[in-house]
Design a protein around this ligand. Structure first.
Ligand code: NAP
Length: 262
């Protein structure tokens, strides 16, 4: 199946690490033009140079997305350089563990600023251009939005809101033919996940405990498997799919617990 993504401008926030990086790499392989948005200049710049040296077209925009004016600048720089936006992939985020008991309202708001504000701000500023291309939006949420996690009130609030916004925007943008969908990863070994694992005394043991509970093949989902799902949704092969939540997670969120705890 041909995804027809050649020449499509795809903004990927958090595009130089983990899931975002995989989306960027796979998008480039499909002939799309990924726009890598990251806070850390080195990693984004390195990836951009690597892709350009390999003959791909791409753009790097450094931005701290917790700042609204920087979200606006991401869209402006993309339009200045490439003239169009076909897909916005809201992906940047961090599980900063603001808990109900040990966190505080100020930290909660700061976390929403870092994890949620830019999903709205980028969609808002990109909208005029998405209307021109009849483009689409994909929000990367998390299975924790529907299962909870414990100790992460602010991150989970952001992840839940991203799902609600997916449905809300899918409705609001129907008249423009703009599709909006969400992808919910569960257990994917990225730098963020690795950092979390290292909080345990025995990370190897912890990962064994986790993968034992993942029904399909008792393994983590790869970053590429998330990227394939995202790029399918981004493509016109998903032309009648909107307002949906997809869980590429080996059945972790929904299959009967009896399967993984016999
Ligand atoms: P990651 O490897 O840490 O990548 C996240 C990226 O987001 C980083 O490159 C980071 O850039 C960027 N970022 C975060 N806040 C930013 C900001 N304010 N401005 C600009 N860039 C920012 O994490 P990941 O695991 O791939 O996570 C990607 C998405 O998947 C997140 O939304 C996460 O919630 C979701 N997710 C992941 C898993 C999993 O198992 N890994 C599970 C469920 C959901 P810098 O490094 O430059 O700060």
């Amino acid at each position: 199946m041909e995804l027809n993504l050649q020449g499509k401008v795809i903004i990927v926030t958090g595009g130089a690490s983990g899931i975002g990086e995989a989306i960027v790499r796979e998008a480039a392989k499909e002939g799309a033009i990924p726009v890598i948005v990251n806070r850390s200049t080195d990693r984004g710049m390195q990836l951009s140079n690597e892709l350009k040296n390999a003959g791909h077209e791409c753009l790097y925009v450094q931005a701290d997305l917790s700042k609204e004016d920087q979200c606006r600048r991401v869209i402006e720089e993309t339009i200045q350089a490439l003239g169009k936006i076909h897909v916005l992939i809201n992906n940047a985020g961090i599980n900063d563990k603001i808990s109900l008991e040990t966190g505080n309202p100020e930290a909660f708001m700061r976390s929403l600023q870092n994890n949620l504000l830019h999903y709205f701000a980028l969609a808002h500023y990109a909208l005029p251009y998405l209307k021109q291309t009849k483009g689409n939006i994909i929000n990367i949420s998390s299975k924790t939005a529907v299962t909870g996690q414990g100790g992460s009130s602010a991150y989970i609030a952001a992840k839940g809101a991203q799902l609600s916004l997916t449905r809300e925007w899918a409705v609001e943008l129907l008249p423009f033919g703009i599709r909006v969908n969400a992808v919910l990863p569960a257990e994917v070994l990225t730098p963020m996940y690795q950092k979390w694992l290292e909080e345990f005394d025995d990370p190897d043991q912890k990962i064994k405990e986790i993968t034992r509970k993942i029904p399909l093949e008792n393994r983590m989902t790869t970053v590429e498997e998330i990227a394939y799902t995202v790029l399918f949704l981004a493509s016109d092969r998903a032309s009648h799919t909107t307002g949906q939540y997809l869980f590429p997670d080996g059945g972790y969120t929904h299959l009967d617990r009896a399967i993984s705890n016999p």
